[in-house]
Design a protein around this ligand. Structure first.
Ligand code: NDP
Ligand code: GDR
Length: 370
């Protein structure tokens, strides 16, 4: 039985990857952070009672800022594969917490590589590093591929640049099986609520149900190559099953504006949204409502721009070329953008129908979205 260790197991990708590895018969270990509240909602369905026999899913307290803790966990687990998914992963927040982001996303990667080296596991343990399309930043070439030069545009991306190169360096210096997955944006019903797609699908569901009036967004012109997280964790696993380690772009090859994602999300609910104005004055309003359950008046303003969400430096256009992943890894995504939007919007609709019932029963409901 193979043994895997996942940092960031409580996050979006960690939860899908843990599911995938368990389905493949792995023993899965994950690192979770101590929090004042439960933070395992995404993986609670995978929980196995440690008192039972043959437990294949185990969580360890830890943090990427804590070297001795990482060394102890790696020593204890003796993993065949490590997936380093833990990170302060929000680009906008990285401008507020640049030093912490560098520590976790940059030096955290080094700490894990060093743990493998110090423990003499360089030829046993394979490692996947969660690199990102944010490395491309300011457009140098489209579509972006493994040979496209990097030009990071945020403290997050600069920290991840260190993570990328230290992974390459350990591969070359010590012969480690270490890979970077340069993953473009991937989303799902498990996506963090402050990333733009999930923010949009949650708001669309709530607006349709009459639980919220309006959605405030930042740059509507930004273009992203959005795929489904379920497909992307499959690529991570495939990267660690090859004969030789290499870095791979994982993307769909299709790019879409934030504005278009808004349109698609509302359209999934039978609500047509049009846009007028530009820049900070742009608004989105209801053009037609075809769904029998929702009563939105034509002309209702459902989207407005709030410059608070603009970033000091923005990544305007991302579109990836996944040819290497497709030809060498045999990777093929199952979801296209419409299927992704449908999955997310329908999941949020189910979620907020519960709130609508509670509200009708007299409960108070407060939303404080970022
Ligand atoms: P999430 O933000 O959903 O999850 C991040 C995970 O990292 C959480 O489990 C979080 O724990 C954990 N974490 C945060 N800080 C620390 C720390 N100091 N020590 C240990 N763990 C920590 O991210 P995703 O699942 O979306 O992304 C996974 C990885 O892939 C990240 O590294 C991200 O930067 C990268 N990536 C993501 C892409 C995407 O589109 N989703 C694209 C390209 C790269 P907690 O739950 O306690 O907060
Ligand atoms: P990104 O994802 O920065 O690409 O990083 P995010 O969803 O935060 O932003 C995508 C684009 O949408 C624009 N935008 C907004 N973004 C947010 N969060 N909130 C808003 O209200 C809003 N309005 C417009 C942004 O300006 C941006 O252009 C994600 C993360 O998962 C990273 O960890 C990962 O490395 C990259 O994807 C690939």
């Amino acid at each position: 039985m193979k043994r895997a260790l996942i940092t960031g197991i409580t996050g979006q990708d960690g939860s899908y990857l843990a599911e995938l590895l368990l389905s493949k018969g792995y023993e899965v270990h994950g690192i979770k952070r101590r929090s004042s509240m439960f933070n395992t909602e995404r993986i609670d369905h995978l929980y196995q009672d440690p008192h039972e026999d043959h437990v294949r899913f185990k969580l360890h307290y830890g943090d990427l800022t804590d070297s001795t803790n990482l060394i102890r966990i790696v020593q204890e687990v003796q993993p065949d594969e490590i997936y380093n998914l833990g990170a302060m992963s929000h680009v906008k927040v990285s401008f507020d917490t640049p030093e912490y982001t560098a520590d976790v996303d940059g030096i955290g990667t080094l700490r894990l590589l060093e743990a493998i080296r110090i423990l003499g596991l360089t030829h046993k343990t394979r490692i996947y590093q969660a690199s990102t399309s944010e490395l491309y930043g300011l457009v140098q070439e489209v579509p972006q591929r493994e040979t496209t030069p990097f030009y990071p545009r945020s403290p997050y991306a600069v920290a991840k640049l260190y993570g990328f190169w230290i992974t390459v360096n350990y591969r070359e210096a010590y012969g480690m099986y270490a890979c970077n997955g340069i993953l473009f944006n991937h989303e799902s019903p498990q996506r963090g609520e402050t990333f733009v797609t999930r923010k949009i699908t949650r708001a669309a569901a709530r607006i349709a149900l009459g639980l919220q009036d309006k959605l405030y967004l930042g740059n509507l012109d930004a273009k992203r190559d959005w795929g489904h997280a379920k497909d992307y964790v499959e690529a991570m696993w495939r990267m660690l099953q090859q004969q030789h380690p290499r870095d791979y772009v994982v993307a769909t090859g299709v790019t879409t504006t934030v504005r278009e994602f808004v349109r698609l999300a509302f359209a999934e609910l039978g609500i047509e949204v049009g846009f007028s104005g530009n820049g900070a004055q742009e608004t989105g309003f209801v053009v037609a409502c075809h769904h029998p359950d929702f009563q939105l008046p034509i002309g209702q303003e459902v989207v407005a721009v709030d410059p608070t969400y603009f970033r000091p430096t923005e990544v305007e256009l991302l579109i990836g070329d996944p040819t290497r992943a497709k030809t060498e890894l045999g990777w093929e995504p199952q979801y296209d953008l419409p299927a992704l939007v449908q999955d997310m919007v329908q999941a949020d609709l189910r979620l907020f129908r519960r709130d609508a019932v509670l509200l009708e029963a007299g409960h108070q409901i407060m939303y404080h979205d970022e």
